[in-house]
Design a protein around this ligand. Structure first.
Ligand code: NDP
Length: 611
């Protein structure tokens, strides 16, 4: 046994499994899922497939085109747009227009109304602006309708419905240097001038379909989970899908979305076939109603403190108390730098680099062993339980927490069709084929996720044309170039919220809020200086790109060894357009510090302002 392993045993106790055998199994499971076509295996939802993204929730309302001038246009009415609009209103900005594709505010919570949809990060941290709205969510993890309503309430409070253009998609965005305005056109014939534009179009907003042969041949009913067809299934987000009681339903995909809706499909459908390529890791949810006494005890500033506490813990930092204390903080406590610190205390010295890496690896195996044992203890049929066990490290895919998913496979009408990592073979007029066997279906649901790793402007749906006719798609073809992820040289007065070279947090709205505050600060500075134009300089941008690159290798080896998925660009790491190439390797704590430090400097380093 190596010296390092000896130390790890001191810390973790007896290790009753063979780490090398597990590692070999993980790599073998990855290898059989790696595909040459990687991200190209998915279909872009357009042309013959565009009906998959039609809005089933709000009837189209006709309106006359607008042709006017606004100070700030925000593209996207999800959490990013709401936070951006809210923070700008607080700073006294009046001329604000949100342009949103959906029929209302809410973004991902407007679109994702599938039965069982809920947030999986604690709602007291996740729902934005709770103190500003004087609202406490009903549960520790909120259900989707409450989050959608909260989004509408934010829009009402900050008067974001005024001037908003809903059911509207931007089709063109061109910078006019002479006037210093962006010219924005839409699919409703609008043409407006905007001094500033904030892009809040979301990281996972464009549904994707698998390029399975025959996908266009299926004659039954079909839809993507982000456009749930309640007219067909009956019921609502709480389930009771009575329209399915005589239907043979199939669902492709077993990611975070499927995990939430499968229990309801299993409860309502005549039969349910779940087509699985890779199982998710399913841990305990333990949702509960909000305790009114606790809610009454909260002191002003509580939400930010709670978000910070959570963010520090899930970024590997230490905190005296764990306010959220759930599956997320538990994983991070055991699998990150916090675990190394605890171990150091135990053995009375700092761990060496080798010991630290080994500790993380062994603790990860232990965690995943527990996840696999949980599947075995809940799912009665041993062969099915075996297929539901995930064979990869915890953060290779989004960890899931759910108490009803695994028991669903004990229902006699629910059948797990595992594809042994290969995916569905074919789709026919009548159903789905796996390993040569056809499963006849009346309804086929795609829980196949959203585009990640494709070009930014492809996902936005239009190009952005900056100074001298330069297209953003060209500028970012070889990878993003930004200052703090928020601005890019040659595209003045345009800000990018989300994961464009900024930090990915488990609690995504926190990043969006930090960005919204930062952009508000910049616009406020401009206003105070009587300026109307701000742009990242080439040097400012280059410095941030260098900082991004200096941290780019962090986690790269880990992701290479992972089973494919959007976290590792379907196994093609190193791609400059992948999810983690978009995110700052130094982590959110450092990133937020950098933004704060930049604001404190007071002279907008790396930016040029004028006009
Ligand atoms: P994912 O991308 O996570 O999952 C897509 C699923 O489709 C995977 O199981 C994938 O398998 C499967 N799949 C793709 N192609 C095929 C094929 N050819 N044959 C069989 N299966 C196939 O999408 P989700 O919508 O589930 O989740 C996306 C993200 O949205 C999550 O990671 C999370 O960040 C967020 N989310 C958050 C929720 C919350 O509670 N806050 C809830 C739901 C989603 P494979 O794994 O093998 O690629």
């Amino acid at each position: 046994m190596s010296e390092a392993m000896h130390v790890i045993r001191q810390v973790l106790g007896e290790i009753d499994f063979d780490p090398q055998a597990l590692k070999a199994r993980y790599l073998a499971e990855r290898d059989r899922r790696l595909r040459e076509d990687a991200n190209d295996q998915y279909l872009e939802v357009k042309g013959d497939f565009s009906n998959y993204i039609d809005d089933p929730y709000t009837p189209r309302i006709e309106r006359a085109p607008v042709n006017d001038t606004v100070e700030v246009v925000i593209i996207g009415g999800g959490f990013g747009g709401l936070l951006m609009g809210g923070r700008l209103r607080e700073a006294g900005f009046e001329s604000i227009r949100v342009i949103e594709q959906g029929g209302d505010f809410g973004g991902t919570w407007y679109w994702n109304r599938y039965p069982g949809a809920m947030c999986d990060v604690e709602s007291y941290c996740y729902l934005p602006l709770l103190e500003e709205l004087n609202y406490i969510p009903k549960h520790k993890y909120s259900y989707a309708p409450e989050i959608l309503e909260h989004s509408r309430n934010i829009a009402r409070l900050y008067r974001l419905y005024d001037d908003a253009l809903l059911q509207t998609s931007v089709t063109a965005m061109n910078w006019n240097e002479a006037s210093g305005y962006w010219i924005i056109e839409t699919d409703r014939g609008d043409k407006m001038r905007a001094r500033f534009v904030a892009m809040a179009n979301g990281p996972l907003s464009r549904p994707k379909l698998p390029g399975i042969p025959g996908i266009d041949r299926f004659k039954g009913h079909t839809f993507h989970t982000s456009r749930w067809d309640y007219a067909y299934t009956g019921g609502d987000s709480t389930g009771n899908l009575h329209g399915l009681k005589d239907k043979r339903v199939g669902i492709i995909g077993t990611g975070a979305t499927a995990v939430q809706c499968i229990p309801h499909l299993g409860a309502s459908a005549k039969s349910l076939h779940v087509f699985q390529r890779t199982p998710s890791s399913i841990d305990v949810r333990n949702n509960r109603e909000t305790d009114p006494e606790w809610a009454a005890s909260l002191e002003p500033g509580w939400q930010y403190r709670r978000m910070e506490n959570f963010n520090i813990l899930v970024s590997g930092g230490d905190q005296e108390v764990d306010l959220v204390s759930d599956g997320w903080t538990d994983i991070f406590r055991n699998l990150t730098a916090i675990a190394a610190k605890t171990a150091s205390r135990k053995i009375g010295r700092r761990l060496t680099g080798e010991e630290r890496d080994l500790l993380m690896e062994i603790a990860d195996y232990q965690k995943m062993n527990a996840v696999r044992a949980r599947a075995e203890s809940i799912v009665q049929d041993a062969a099915t339980a075996e297929k539901l066990k995930p064979w990869y490290r915890q953060f290779c895919k989004r960890p899931c927490f759910h108490d009803d998913y695994l028991p669903t496979f004990n229902r006699p009408n629910v059948h797990l069709i595992d594809t042994a990592g290969k995916g569905v073979e074919r789709i026919t007029e009548h159903g789905v084929v796996v390993d040569g066997q056809e499963y006849a279906l009346d309804c086929l649901i795609f829980a196949t996720g959203f585009e990640v790793g494709t070009g930014y402007t492809r996902r936005a749906g239009y190009d952005i044309v900056g100074r001298n006719g330069r297209r953003l798609s060209q500028k970012w073809a070889e990878g993003l170039r930004t200052l703090h992820g928020l601005q890019t040289h040659g595209f003045p007065n345009c800000f990018f919220l989300g994961f464009t070279q900024s930090a990915v947090t488990v609690n995504v709205p926190q990043t969006l809020d930090e960005q919204a505050r930062h952009v508000t600060y910049i616009l406020n500075e401009l206003r105070q200086r009587g300026a109307s134009k701000v742009e990242a300089t080439e040097e400012g941008e280059a410095a941030w790109v260098a900082e991004m690159e200096s941290k780019a290798s962090m986690g790269e080896q880990f992701r290479q060894e992972c089973t494919p998925g959007y976290y590792n660009n379907e196994g093609r790491t190193g791609n400059r357009n992948s999810f983690f190439a978009y995110s700052y390797g130094g982590g959110p704590l450092r990133f937020f510090d950098i933004l704060r430090g930049w604001r404190a400097a007071g002279d907008l380093p790396g930016c040029e302002i004028n006009g």
